[in-house]
Design a protein around this ligand. Structure first.
Ligand code: EPS
Length: 393
């Protein structure tokens, strides 16, 4: 896949820290620490998060690629401390561990729905903690840090990304005529318990989370992630791996627990006739080409069409249940309830924030692939000429 930006993350949930390395940024982008920390805090927020979020106060530390708050064009390296490592050091020490302490925290009854067993079989690890530590959604902290930087780049070009929760468990925000779009997300109260797109159902959502928590159960849900200000012409129809819809879907599906994604009204459209599934084209000289609806969610043929990018993600309930689902103990092979690890009752609000980060990464990469440019000024010049060419079309 021809990618301009690349992101690598490293780190275990209870290891010393998480690392993100983002390559391909132009020089001259201002990256205030506060902007990254803001998104890290947004990821931690949400009713139904577990005890871990009371321990952590995620904050970024830049260790490469930045001077005086500006990118230099080299890889941007960031780290976020795991405060909880202090109590896990003898179990999760990178150099040495205390075998007795590690044995006490050994995971040998895998959780259905988690990576534990499939990962243990694949990597030949007899302590399934070796899988869970990396599979944990804690890793998304590093993605959100990188996504915050991508968001800053996109903002330079008038592109904004937001998210909001559409449903938690079976409680859904009531449907709206024309569906949900970016303007609804602008009104999401970031301080509200579940960052819902509709405050009127938030109380019911909170009650559902409380009931699930009391019962030792967990809840999934759906969130809308959207981008506004994206020009037509990012991504391409020419090759399967350049199609931006496919790249967005892959990025969103890589978020732990996300099992389905709908671009625009992709799911609903499958049940409609063609006459009701597409977006009529109009033109006026002030706006250029526009659509009278946005069922495609801003993507046609794998290319952005200038309308808002609308992505709905579907998150399954977290796989860690207090009672433990039926499983097997891997030494004896005898039936055994899956082990319980501290976890969240729901993480749908966080999932929306992580979705923003993934969408920001894909769009920032697609924008740079289109414009090229080693400095932000050069990217700007190329972006302007790209827009001017479209105006003259
Ligand atoms: C998470 C950190 C984890 C969990 C949760 C998300 O911390 P701990 O395992 O120490 O409680 O709260 O992880 C999972 C949902 C999971 O499936 O692993 C975080 O930072 O988002």
């Amino acid at each position: 896949m021809p990618r301009r930006l690349d992101l690598i993350t490293a780190g275990e949930s209870h290891g010393p820290l998480l690392t993100a390395i983002l390559t391909g940024l132009p020089a001259g982008l201002k990256v205030p620490k506060a902007a990254v920390d803001l998104d890290l805090a947004r990821r931690q927020h949400g009713h139904g998060r577990g005890g871990r979020m009371k321990i952590e106060k995620d904050a970024v530390r830049f260790t490469g690629g930045l001077r005086g708050g500006e990118t230099l064009g080299g890889p941007l390296a960031m780290e976020i401390e795991n405060r909880d490592h202090a109590v896990w050091a003898e179990v999760m020490g990178p150099d040495a561990i205390d075998e007795a302490a590690a044995a006490r925290r050994r995971l040998s009854s895998p959780r259905p729905g988690h990576a534990d067993l499939a990962g243990g079989l694949k990597y030949g690890r007899r302590d399934l903690r070796d899988i869970l530590e990396r599979a944990s959604a804690r890793e998304t902290t590093a993605r959100v840090a990188a996504g915050a930087v991508c968001r800053l780049l996109l903002r330079e070009f008038g592109i904004e990304i937001r998210s909001g929760v559409l449903s938690v468990g079976s409680v859904r925000a009531p449907e709206r005529d024309g569906g949900f779009s970016f303007d609804v997300l602008e009104k999401v109260d970031e301080g509200s318990p579940l960052r819902s797109v509709d405050r009127s159902v938030e109380g019911e959502m909170v009650a559902a989370v409380d009931a699930a928590g009391k019962a030792g159960d967990t809840l999934g849900g759906t969130a809308l992630v959207a981008a506004r200000g994206v020009p037509p012409g990012l991504g391409s129809h020419v090759s399967w791996d350049e199609k931006l819809d496919g790249r967005i879907a892959q990025a969103i599906l890589s978020i732990p627990s996300v099992k389905a994604v709908s671009l625009g009204e992709g799911v609903t459209n499958a049940f409609r006739p063609g006459s009701l599934a597409h977006d009529p084209i109009g033109h006026d000289f002030a706006r250029g080409f526009f659509r009278t609806s946005n069922r495609a969610g801003g993507l046609e043929g794998g290319i952005t069409n200038g309308e808002e990018i609308l992505v709905t993600l579907y998150q399954k309930p977290i796989a860690t249940l207090r009672e433990g689902l039926p499983s097997v103990e891997i030494d004896t092979k005898a039936p055994h309830r899956a082990q319980y690890e501290r976890s969240d009752v729901t993480a749908v609000p966080a999932c929306g924030v992580i979705g923003e980060a993934m969408l920001a990464f894909v769009l920032a990469s697609a924008l740079l692939e289109k414009t090229g440019g080693d400095s932000l000024d050069e990217v700007r010049r190329n972006f302007t000429s790209f827009l001017n060419a479209q105006r003259a079309y």
